[in-house]
Design a protein around this ligand. Structure first.
Ligand SMILES: Cc1cc2nc3c(=O)[nH]c(=O)nc-3n(C[C@H](O)[C@H](O)[C@H](O)COP(=O)(O)OP(=O)(O)OC[C@H]3O[C@@H](n4cnc5c(N)ncnc54)[C@H](O)[C@@H]3O)c2cc1C
Length: 386
């Protein structure tokens, strides 16, 4: 029976993931990022504790849970200041798509490794000339004997350097109509013709973003995940978890920022009382907390719908959760920085860099405007402007 209250198992998972996050914390992630490394220690420990594959089937080394459980892990690591971006991509998108639509061989090849943290998969859909309009993507696979040759460009793809392969959204030509259908291909990191160039981003993040070029990358037939004719359905099976997980990322970051601001506002005294006693400081923090809680409720609904197999209802809820969480995160970080005055922008307190990081949850994987478009058209039935 669904309930608004978290189950005892979920509470225990939340407490355990939080404890793991607190053992590492913001300073660990900042140090790793400055050293140009990836948070391998945290990644491996999360894997050993069963968190990386908590959503994957038990038959393939996973925990047998769903996106609800994986989002708890990501939110708590974020609240502790050390979110793992690749959780959104590797187990949530790629792991889900392979678990639901992959062949037995693909499942054997990838799922145990993703769950153990020994294999990672990135996900590339965004293209320079398509952006928010993913119907315009032109990365195309054409048949060459038993193989495919994949050609195209991608942009902003996270973690390609640390991932063993990237799940690339391409298209194949329909043999009958000639129209292009979306398809998903597993492209190994070192495949000939698959080049990557890091993008110089302002965000301080351990995971880098890349521009990719695919120039007749030769792939065997079994690089195609699932069915050539069910591409769109398969794609959305991965995109809805991505939205739920981005919401978790944003809520965790927002909670981290609010907690830091509250701690500061309790002590900092410049007149007679701590600044937290001034309602101009207290109320916006209370509002930020409420907005994050509301966003979490929507995220839990989306995760519940997705995990119960209702892809259509999950789509709407996941979009709304991502929207609410992105907005709540941006406002929470802004207010937290403001609460610290000048210290909000010092490296010592580490909040200033979150201003840039928080914006990501408004833009990716689908922007605020595209969600508002979706709700305007799909939910409210308003006409399209484009
Ligand atoms: C840190 C980071 C990590 C990322 N990681 C990945 C990844 O791993 N894999 C991947 O594939 N992609 C990734 N992305 C890409 C991300 O998903 C895209 O940036 C996003 O989908 C927006 O596309 P765009 O940047 O081309 O913006 P555009 O599509 O050019 O949009 C620009 C602006 O115009 C607005 N706009 C566009 N069309 C409309 C419209 N019809 N109505 C109203 N407003 C509109 C948008 O809302 C946006 O504000 C990442 C991006 C970032 C910043």
């Amino acid at each position: 029976m669904p309930t608004l209250m978290e189950t005892e198992e979920h509470k225990a998972l939340r407490a355990a993931a939080s404890a793991l996050g607190k053992r590492y914390g913001r300073d660990y992630l900042t140090t790793v990022t400055q050293e140009g490394r990836y948070p391998d220690e945290l990644w491996s420990e999360a894997a050993k504790l069963g968190y990386l594959g908590v959503n994957l089937p038990e038959a393939y080394g996973g925990g047998g849970g769903g996106i609800a459980e994986l989002s708890i892990v990501l939110e708590e690591l974020g609240a502790a200041g050390c979110p793992l971006l690749m959780l959104i991509v590797s187990p949530a998108i790629c792991g889900t798509v392979i678990a639901r639509f992959g062949t037995d061989t693909q499942k054997q090849q990838w799922l145990p490794g993703i769950a153990e943290g020994t294999r990672t998969m990135a996900f590339g859909i965004t293209e320079p000339d398509a952006g928010s309009n993913s119907h315009r993507i032109t990365t195309t696979a054409r048949r060459d004997g038993a193989d495919y040759l994949l050609t195209g460009r991608k942009v902003f793809v996270s973690g390609v350097d640390i991932a063993d392969a990237t799940l690339i959204v391409g298209r194949t030509a329909d043999a009958r109509t000639g129209t292009l259908k979306p398809c998903l291909f597993i492209v190994p990191r070192d495949a000939p013709g698959f080049e990557r160039r890091p993008i110089d981003m302002e965000i301080q993040s351990a995971e880098k973003q890349f521009e990719l070029t695919l120039d007749d990358v030769r792939l065997p037939a079994d690089a195609l995940v699932g069915d050539e004719d069910a591409g769109l359905l398969q794609l959305f099976a991965g995109l809805n978890p991505e939205r739920v997980m981005t919401a978790a990322f944003a809520i965790g970051m927002g909670r981290h920022a609010v907690a830091k601001a509250v701690e500061y506002a309790r002590d900092r005294t410049v007149w007679k009382t701590p600044i937290g006693a001034h309602q101009a400081i207290a109320h916006p923090l209370a509002q930020a907390h409420i907005d994050l809680e509301l966003a979490r409720l929507m995220m839990q609904k989306a995760a519940f719908l997705y995990d119960s197999g209702d892809d259509a209802a999950a789509g709407e809820a996941a979009n709304m959760a991502k929207y609410a969480a992105g907005e709540a995160c941006v406002k929470a970080v802004d207010q937290a920085v403001h609460t610290l005055g000048g210290n909000g922008l010092t490296r010592e307190f580490g909040l200033g860099s979150l201003i840039t990081a928080a914006r990501v949850s408004r833009i990716a994987p689908v922007s605020r405007e595209m969600i508002l478009n979706y709700v305007s058209h799909q939910t409210l039935g308003l006409p399209k402007s484009y």
